[in-house]
Design a protein around this ligand. Sequence first.
Ligand SMILES: Nc1ncnc2c1ncn2[C@@H]1O[C@H](COP(=O)(O)OP(=O)(O)OP(=O)(O)O)[C@@H](O)[C@H]1O
Length: 327
Amino acid sequence: MSKEKKIKVSAKYITKTFDLGKSKSEKIRAILNPMSKGPKKFWALKGINFKVYEGDVVGIVGVNGSGKSTLLNILSGLLLPASGELTINGEATMLTVGAGLRAQLTGRENIRLKSLMMGKTNKEIDDQMDEVIEFSDLGEFIDQPVKDYSSGMKSKLGFSIAVHQDPDILIIDEALSVGDQTFAQKALGKMNEFKNKGKTIFFVSHSLSQVRDFTDKAMWIQYGELKAFGSTSEIAEEYQNWNKWFNSLNKSEKTMYQEQQKQKQILFSEEQLIKEVKSDENLDDSEKQHLSKHIAVGDTMALSMWALFAISLLGTVFFIYQYAMWG
Ligand SMILES: Nc1ncnc2c1ncn2[C@@H]1O[C@H](COP(=O)(O)OP(=O)(O)OP(=O)(O)O)[C@@H](O)[C@H]1O
């Protein structure tokens, strides 16, 4: 009898926007203009949908700036999505290389801090300390403040701390492209160990051969959209064909194509997203309603601030009038 796999991560219409033009004068102008829709937005993720099951090892590919790191940061809880529904069944840890380390603390202190944050006891940390230090290859540097480390050393420490937390969902961002060759081999060995234990893994890499070697499924993120999700061999071929097509363009055609895609990410809107949600045949009515309700249409900030201002002004005028009339 086949056992059904559990869903580990489910993403429904996940979006992330960043404000464009955040200069002070632009912000002030936006506040002073009651009709303003606020600063222009850039849609780094335009509504990503997927389901990842227990034990899936998923590669994420896409050109620079397509939204891979933004998605990983959302999955690991470092960034909040602007809208959408994300369900994570388990503990997700980002195996970033260097991120989250405290510069003033030593390597050893960082190991303790991160492990305490992950819920380990001091006894558990003491028992594991030597192993984490040995894996990191940092030797005596482990008692130096991290601010004095090279980026490769920070990567080694970050990697070593993360893999020793034993999370059940592992998020790996370009982990094999840092550190030296020997460390990369060791890191790959550790990642394979996780894979063999049946952990769920997300793996971003610009190296298609690493994605082919290490993952079973792959997502292709393209300018904020999930362009394709399927078996690694299928997606790697599609992505490679697209790259061939792109590289056959001349320089100005490439620039024009990239500009057009970025423009689409600026012109995308909440209204468009709601339309997509409403026409999605895989969603039932209550899901459509729930997802649409949480997509704020337009930026009403300026209007509400103006309303508040008008009410306070009327209140003040009324108060002065009363005071003048009745002393
Ligand atoms: N904090 C931010 N503020 C404004 N824009 C951002 C911010 N973070 C990311 N972006 C933009 O969002 C888009 C997606 O960035 P992201 O780093 O997720 O891409 P990526 O696919 O990981 O790229 P790379 O392969 O170069 O690492 C890019 O256009 C980037 O400029």
